[in-house]
Design a protein around this ligand. Structure first.
Ligand code: A2P
Length: 282
């Protein structure tokens, strides 16, 4: 019994509505460790493709007071700014405070969504360029799932390269299907245009399970494999822009590589050549 509910009210058995509640509209489990879900979008929520929000559930009641506190984590919005719903892509951590519960959500359930979007992986944080690179590992693909469905990405750039590195092939399925569907979807053809969708170059790699392209993206950049595979002459601050989202290791290591090509880190208030955000683990 929470303090908000009178003791003698029998209708009080139903679960109280969460603050900032949104309703789950779809859930898809990709592997034992990865799932994506969609929720209703608050009418007042405006965000820029690539930003993140805090989402979560109510924590367990306090053993003495019975009070419940929201358990919130940062999640990149994987859907584009124009979408009527919001999509998220999450890891499942068996003993994770939030994702151990969140992984069991079903259509019709409610979750908490604080409508205050923020983030650095936005077009405003980059100077104009010719080619944009999206570098991701694991669930770090999420903000790019948004940006790849964002028309501005194609207005701003002639080429859009998305790299996704995971341990195993199955972990690449979300990005693979999203990009395949993007290219064949009628709405996307209309909204973004086939000539713009043709700008996408998908570069998936695995590090532990055999696949057509193996290796960390950092290694493949350093030894020139990526450029050879894509028929590109390296990167330069004149033409190339980059956004990075992955593990701390990726973010740290790739910065050195990008700086080596002469790119400088930008921010919303100071646009430059590349921006970085860590992939959020729930
Ligand atoms: P690896 O298998 O060689 O560690 P995780 O599942 O640990 O979040 O990692 C996701 C992917 O990111 C894995 O393929 C992993 O490769 C890769 N990765 C981890 N650290 C780095 C790093 N410092 N630079 C590039 N890729 C990395």
């Amino acid at each position: 019994m929470t303090e908000a509910l009178p003791v003698n009210d029998t209708s009080a058995v139903k679960v109280p509505t969460l603050p900032d509640a949104q309703t789950v509209t779809a859930v898809k489990h990709w592997t034992d460790h990865l799932f994506s879900f969609r929720v209703t979008r608050p009418a007042s929520l405006r965000f820029r493709s690539g930003e993140f929000v805090m989402i979560g559930l109510m924590g367990d009641p306090h053993p003495e007071t019975g009070k419940q506190k929201p358990l919130l984590r940062a999640y990149s919005i994987a859907s584009p700014a124009w979408d009527e719903e919001l999509e998220f892509y999450s890891i499942k951590v068996q003993d994770g405070p939030l994702t151990s519960k969140l992984q069991h959500i079903k259509v019709g359930d409610e979750l908490i969504l604080r409508p205050k979007p923020v983030g650095t992986l936005v077009h405003d944080a980059l100077l104009p360029g010719k080619r944009i690179w999206f570098f991701s590992t694991g669930t770090g693909f999420a903000p790019f799932a948004s940006l790849l469905r964002e028309p501005q990405t194609y207005e701003d750039y002639d080429e859009v390269i998305i790299t996704h590195t995971c341990r195993d092939v199955a972990e690449l399925e979300y990005s693979r299907q999203l990009i395949e569907n993007l290219k064949s979807d009628e709405l996307m053809q209309e909204l973004i245009g086939p000539e713009n969708l043709a700008k996408i170059r998908y570069y998936p790699t695995t590090t532990r399970e055999d696949s057509p392209k193996m290796g960390r993206i950092t290694t493949l950049l350093q030894d020139g494999t990526v450029f050879k595979d894509l028929g590109i002459d390296g990167m330069s601050a004149d033409t190339d822009r980059a956004m990075v989202c992955g593990s701390m290791g990726l973010n740290t290591d790739i910065k050195v590589i990008l700086e080596g090509f002469g790119l400088e880190e930008g921010a919303n208030s100071d646009p430059k050549h590349y921006v970085v955000e860590k992939a959020f683990v729930g």
